[in-house]
Write a protein that binds this ligand. Structure first.
Ligand code: CAA
Ligand code: NAD
Length: 284
């Protein structure tokens, strides 16, 4: 099967980024959010992002127009029935994702590939909600999706080899550098990255150094583009806690047990950049 039409579900940070990547790479893209107004807002945000690239001289006006022409927005999941590949990028919650896979299984054409952008959750759990578990695969983009080279292709024990190969080719056609990884919580990157981020919060809680100094240290000392607190704010603290919970559930390693401050910040609605406040304040 040749992938031409791609459905993207979820209008958050990642859904929007993946939509931009796929549409710019020449795919027809159907964006689905639960509310039409949010789906329309995604298209408006995409147009704004493309306009910025035109202003910077990185994109031709004709490419911008062609990209936008390939994108449609809907609140109706049934509009995804003809998609060759559907990538869900909704909240990191297994119960919610499983329910979505049950719906997609009934709506999407038989040979469609159903993919999840989950950061940590077991692919096999979503696969087994469908009658086509071999066609379910993880396609894990990184944040911000338009800028980050990596895509982890996550194979569950029931994912077909040809399905993994097709989504790998899809990621390459989007200009990304895919790697293949088995279905274990956190895959490659998050299994290594999140103990580091979590321990940075624990270090702050223990009064070892200020948040600003920890960020400065990791940028200057390791040449990381962002320190751990800026990165947690970029990822989103609710998503970060969900990732740590899933890692802890699977491995019971204390390094994965979320630092107490993280959960309290989520309860307070301090989610990072997306809510205007996390470790840093983005409201001004
Ligand atoms: N969305 C889209 N584009 C963005 C962006 C965003 N949120 N933030 C910055 N950019 C773009 C800018 O438009 C700019 O583009 P051009 O070069 O085309 O003009 C480019 O990125 C550089 O931006 P800046 O000069 O403002 O900032 P920067 O040089 O510091 O780069 C960054 C920004 C790319 C985000 C960089 O800081 C970085 O790489 N940070 C680390 C990101 C990272 O580690 N991501 C992985 C998170 S973990 C994950 O994603 C997995 C998971 O499951 C949670
Ligand atoms: P986000 O909070 O920005 O967006 C979440 C989206 O899920 C929103 O569109 C929201 O409306 C939708 N949603 C929330 N509850 C829902 C429900 N009950 N039913 C259907 N939709 C619902 O989150 P995000 O950062 O874009 O993360 C989306 C997915 O991508 C998650 O699985 C996350 O783990 C993964 N991911 C996140 C990052 C990151 O850095 N944030 C990176 C890679 C992968």
């Amino acid at each position: 099967m040749t992938i031409k039409r791609v459905g993207i579900i979820g209008s958050g940070i990642m859904g929007s980024g993946i939509a931009e990547v796929a549409a710019k790479s020449g795919y027809e893209v159907v964006l689905r959010s639960r509310q039409q107004a949010t789906a329309d807002a995604m298209v408006a945000a995409l147009e704004k992002s493309l306009n910025k690239q035109v202003e910077k001289g990185k994109l031709e006006e004709s490419e911008r127009d062609a990209t936008l022409g390939r994108v449609s927005a809907t609140s109706d999941l049934h509009k995804l029935k003809d998609c060759d590949l559907v990538i869900e990028s909704i909240v990191e919650d297994l119960v919610v994702k499983k329910e979505l896979f049950r719906e997609l299984n009934h709506i999407c054409k038989d040979d469609a590939i159903l993919a999840t952008n989950t950061s940590t959750l077991p692919i096999v759990e979503m696969a087994m909600e469908t009658h086509r578990p071999e066609q379910v695969v993880g396609v894990h983009f990184f944040n911000p999706a338009p800028m980050m080279a990596l895509v982890e292709i996550v194979k569950s024990i029931v994912t077909g080899d040809e399905v993994a190969a097709e989504v790998k080719a899809f990621a390459e056609s989007c200009g990304k550098s895919p790697v293949i990884v088995e279905d274990r919580a956190g895959f490659i990157v998050n299994a290594l990255l999140f103990p580091y981020l979590n321990n940075a919060v624990k270090m702050l809680e223990n009064g070892i150094a200020s948040m600003e100094d920890i960020d400065t240290a990791m940028k200057g000392g390791c040449n990381f583009p962002m320190g751990p607190f800026a990165l947690l704010d970029l990822v989103g603290l609710d998503t970060s806690v969900a990732i740590l919970d899933a890692l802890y559930d699977e491995f019971r390693d204390p390094n994965f047990s979320p630092a107490p401050a993280l959960r309290r910040m989520v309860t307070a609605g301090h989610l990072g950049r997306k809510s205007g406040k996390g470790f840093y304040d983005y409201s001004r």
